[in-house]
Design a binder for this molecule. Structure first.
Ligand code: FES
Length: 75
């Protein structure tokens, strides 16, 4: 199953516990979730006005920002 998740952060969240700092992925591209693996570097020259998606090789693709309506299941 595939899903689209919108992320606009292009850097990790530093989390310090005691004397140790870990970096939690904020971009969604890390292959070592939840930790940052440096893949966010692919997002550095993104335009804030554009919408992108990244394939498994972290190649950026532009896409239309008008996604089809997402149906809400009836309760
Ligand atoms: S913040 Fe996602 S890989 Fe670094």
């Amino acid at each position: 199953m595939a899903r689209i998740v919108k992320r606009d952060r292009s850097s990790p969240y530093p989390v310090t516990v005691g004397a140790e700092t870990k970096y939690i992925c904020g971009c969604g591209l890390s292959k070592n979730q939840p930790f940052c693996d440096g893949a966010h570097k692919a997002t550095k020259d993104e335009s804030p006005a554009e919408l992108y998606w990244y394939d498994a090789a972290h190649v950026r693709h532009e896409m239309d920002d008008t996604l089809p309506a997402i149906p809400v299941p009836a309760e």
